[in-house]
Ligand binder design. Structure first.
Ligand SMILES: Cc1cc2nc3c(=O)[nH]c(=O)nc-3n(C[C@H](O)[C@H](O)[C@H](O)COP(=O)(O)OP(=O)(O)OC[C@H]3O[C@@H](n4cnc5c(N)ncnc54)[C@H](O)[C@@H]3O)c2cc1C
Length: 414
């Protein structure tokens, strides 16, 4: 340990790295943050363009279930920094939050930029130093970290280190997964990064893709095997994207990987039973065209009506058979959109590689946090919540490692 204040070296100025920087600075550490980009938190700012869904207000048990097989692993971290703690943190930066009609939590401004400005101002007041345009490239045999800088290579050390390098979606924002081979060379086990919350590929007819790319399918339920999700999807030239697709993305991705394709069924009228739908269809006059029945009797938007023709060249006129089709339009998913276009990454540093507070077993004194860990979750605020929660757990472990005490987390019970 160096004489004077303990030194914390943080690589990655996304929300995970910035959270740890603030916490350790508040505990008295001298903190330096490195990042390969010219400015911090670019993906966080991008998330702000969609309203910045910070977290979710649903009950603890359903919240935790969103992390699937990683749920048990992440529970202690999420209990240590639950959604109310994130909301209190954001409020402390001058941004009150509110719960939207879907239960999602947003900052009042619906943006990330005012929040980030206040956050960076506070970090600078706390004495946190930043070194941008420095790309982490290696862990050297003496334990120091090597960086490629704008002019020359440099090395840095700390009494404690955090790597918070994110996943590999939207690499233009900074996180490009370049850390994977670097850590693997040091003997750290990484599950390959894969797209999560990504679009899927469907072989639309040229006419359908040209007419409807960009159009929403509203108030639908999508099913894949035993899993289902309610909400909205957006038709793209390549297939589908949007909330219901993202909610099923892990299942769809894994099905495609194993079987080469996946089946997705879309219920275009989830509020009506098959029998009720069939009655409405049967009430049409026999001379009414199919398009007019779908529009006038069922209120289907043109893109929803055309989707039936994509799935079945000759949709049945028999009321019950047509109702059955509308309740489960079968689509074949031929592939998933690539990682660089996904919202987040699955895979990352395996859980058996870290201690309970996210210290690398192979590199004592080096901690990891955020999306570079091996968990995934749907959109809905679960990504940022786990990013902050794992960062808080790492900050606690780092504080213990260098013998400082952190101020308590401001939170109500979850
Ligand atoms: C379009 C979009 C919308 C999103 N919307 C939401 C949302 O509304 N709600 C939500 O919960 N989540 C959302 N997310 C996900 C969320 O932004 C991420 O999960 C979160 O930013 C992860 O934080 P992190 O700190 O782990 O990593 P990142 O934010 O990716 O930060 C990692 C940092 O490490 C730096 N870095 C990477 N490699 C190196 C290297 N070799 N050397 C030096 N620096 C390096 C990067 O430049 C970056 O600054 C969205 C993501 C996208 C792409």
């Amino acid at each position: 340990m160096s004489a004077g204040r303990p030194r914390a070296l943080i690589v990655g100025a996304g929300p995970a790295g910035l959270h740890v920087a603030g916490r350790l600075a508040a505990g008295g550490a001298a903190v330096t943050v490195y990042d390969r980009m010219p400015s911090p938190a670019r993906k966080f700012l991008l998330a702000g363009r969609g309203g910045l869904n910070l977290t979710h207000s649903e009950p603890r048990s359903s919240f935790l279930a969103r992390y699937g097989e990683a749920s048990g692993w992440l529970t202690p971290a999420l209990d240590g920094f639950p959604p109310p703690a994130l909301r209190a943190f954001v409020a402390g930066l001058g941004e009150a939050t509110f719960i939207g009609s879907s239960g999602r939590v947003f900052p009042r401004s619906f943006k990330a930029s005012p929040l980030l400005r206040a956050w960076l101002a506070r970090l600078r007041d706390q004495g946190v130093a930043f070194r941008f345009r420095r790309r982490f490239t290696a862990i050297r045999s003496d334990g120091s970290l090597a960086f490629d800088g704008p002019e020359e290579a440099e090395a840095a050390t700390g009494d404690v280190v955090l790597l918070a390098l994110g996943g590999a979606s939207w690499p233009r924002m900074g996180s490009d997964g370049g850390w994977v081979p670097v850590l693997e060379r040091t003997g750290i086990g990484v599950r390959p990064l894969a797209p999560a919350n990504m679009g899927v590929e469907i072989d639309w007819s040229a006419d359908f893709a040209a007419r409807f790319a960009g159009s929403p399918l509203k108030r639908i339920v999508a099913r894949c095997g035993s899993r289902s999700a309610a909400g909205e999807a957006v038709i793209t030239a390549e297939g589908l994207e949007g909330g219901v697709v993202y909610a099923l993305s892990a299942t769809l991705r894994d099905e495609v990987a194993v079987h080469g394709a996946a089946r997705l069924a879309i219920d275009l009228k989830p509020d009506l039973t098959e029998a009720a739908l069939a009655m409405r269809i049967a009430s049409a006059r026999s001379k009414d065209s199919l398009s007019s029945v779908l529009k006038k009797k069922l209120g289907l938007a043109p893109q929803a009506a055309s989707l039936l023709r994509e799935a079945s060249a000759e949709p049945p006129r028999d009321p019950l058979a047509l109702a059955t089709l509308i309740k489960g339009v079968p689509l074949t998913i031929l592939g998933v959109r690539p990682l660089d276009r996904a919202i987040s990454s699955a895979g990352g540093i395996r859980r058996d590689q870290v201690t309970a507070d996210f210290e690398l077993r192979a590199l004592p004194g080096t901690f990891v946090a955020g999306e570079m860990l091996d968990w995934e979750a749907p959109t809905g605020g679960y990504l940022l919540q786990a990013t902050f929660a794992t960062a808080e757990a790492a900050a606690q472990g780092m504080a213990r490692h260098i013998g400082i005490t952190l101020p308590p987390v401001a939170t109500e019970r979850w």
